[in-house]
Write a protein that binds this ligand. Structure first.
Ligand SMILES: [Zn+2]
Length: 84
């Protein structure tokens, strides 16, 4: 479907971003993961953000420090600002 307005698209992005950190930690139901993957396929900006976030999380893990949740949500908020 390609008749989504920018506003609806943003709402979908917001919903996705709220779940993205859980998605990366694989804490979500398979159904929810599929929904996110579907959105990422159709939404290049979200795909870029997800890859950046993924790299951040992997970097934190490779440094053997726990990802700081507040730092992560701050990043997510910055990315959302860019989408607006
Ligand atoms: Zn999106």
């Amino acid at each position: 479907m390609s008749n989504q307005s920018a506003h609806q698209h943003n709402a979908a992005c917001l919903e996705l971003f709220a779940k993205l950190s859980e998605y990366l930690d694989r804490e979500l139901e398979p159904d929810t993961c599929k929904k996110i993957e579907q959105h990422l396929k159709e939404c290049p900006p979200c795909r870029n953000c997800m890859q950046t976030l993924k790299r951040t999380v992997e970097f934190c893990k490779s440094m053997e420090t726990k990802p700081v949740p507040s730092e992560l949500s701050k990043r997510l908020r910055d990315m959302l600002e860019q989408l607006r």
